[in-house]
Design a binder for this molecule. Structure first.
Ligand code: NDP
Length: 257
């Protein structure tokens, strides 16, 4: 993963599951700065991340960021901005998400609102607040075209947001608020790719596969976080303007919208 060497990256939901594994692998890939964002840095769910940051204090910075809270997003962006150098932020990974197990018939207003706040509105405001640093990175890079070591936004999506795949899956689908919100996230990808194309900031939606995490249902899932993140980072490394605004999975396969 030579492309990440010397790059800066920010990952949301970095305290467990795929986010934590992504921080570990970005470290292995020799990123120079990894901002590991999580909503409760001092809480019990962040112990593994605190241990990792203790071992790599120069590279890993833990940042408090509740993606469902716009003021927390603003404060985090100020902090990260003050720590980033003149090369800006190369990679922003919108990974944090929630999945209430509800169907179309029993999802409450709160289920819908909380899921949208976390899975769509959070990533939107994160992109907006971190945009100046992404633009700085794109300008500072001096490379032609688009690439992850220049400036990229990766929205972690899911196959259950696919309007083509979803109707084939279990009925009644128990991820109703989640799949609708991730379909919204996919449209955010399309807008981001279009609106910041001239700034040479690329954006894709990326499905990590069905992975053994709390959200993935633990051991029921076929792949572990290591395999998923290795695949995702391989895909991220290979991105060019051709994939801008696309929806891919961790093997590089194009996903149907
Ligand atoms: P986990 O349940 O293991 O982790 C979810 C992460 O999101 C946690 O770090 C959690 O933090 C964080 N989070 C949730 N709400 C917020 C919030 N308001 N602010 C900040 N952080 C928050 O899930 P995965 O690692 O499996 O999922 C990562 C991504 O991959 C998600 O976008 C998910 O939709 C996607 N995905 C996962 C699949 C799978 O099979 N695992 C399949 C398809 C997509 P906290 O510890 O504080 O709760």
């Amino acid at each position: 993963m030579a492309a990440f060497k010397g790059c800066s990256a920010l990952v949301t939901g970095a305290n467990r599951g795929l986010g934590l594994e992504m921080v570990k692998q970005l470290l292995e890939a020799q990123c120079s700065k990894v901002f590991a964002a999580c909503r409760d840095p001092d809480g019990p769910n962040s112990e593994a991340l605190r241990e990792l940051a203790k071992k790599h204090p120069v590279v890993v910075t833990i940042v408090q960021l509740d993606v469902a809270d716009p003021s927390s997003i603003k404060v985090s962006a100020k902090k990260v901005g003050s720590l980033l150098g003149k090369n800006g932020l190369n990679l922003l990974v919108n990974n944090a998400a929630m999945l209430p197990q509800k169907t179309m018939l029993n999802a409450t207003v709160e289920d819908m609102q909380n899921t949208f706040n976390t899975n769509v509105i959070g990533p939107l405001f994160i992109i907006r607040e971190y945009l100046p640093y992404l633009k700085t990175a794109a300008k500072a890079s001096g490379k032609p075209g688009m690439s992850c070591d220049k400036a990229a936004v990766i929205n972690i999506s899911t196959d259950s947001a696919s309007m083509t795949i979803m109707p084939e899956v279990i009925d009644p689908f128990p991820f109703f608020p989640y799949s609708i919100s991730k379909a919204g996230l996919n449209m955010l990808t399309v807008y981001t790719a279009r609106d910041f194309k001239a700034d040479e900031i690329l954006c894709i939606s990326l499905h990590p596969g069905w992975v053994k995490t709390d959200m993935g249902g633990g051991d029921m899932a076929p792949i572990d976080t290591r395999e998923s993140v290795e695949g995702m980072l391989r895909v991220i490394c290979s991105l060019t303007e051709k994939q801008n605004g696309g929806f891919l999975d961790y093997t590089g396969k194009t996903m149907p919208w």
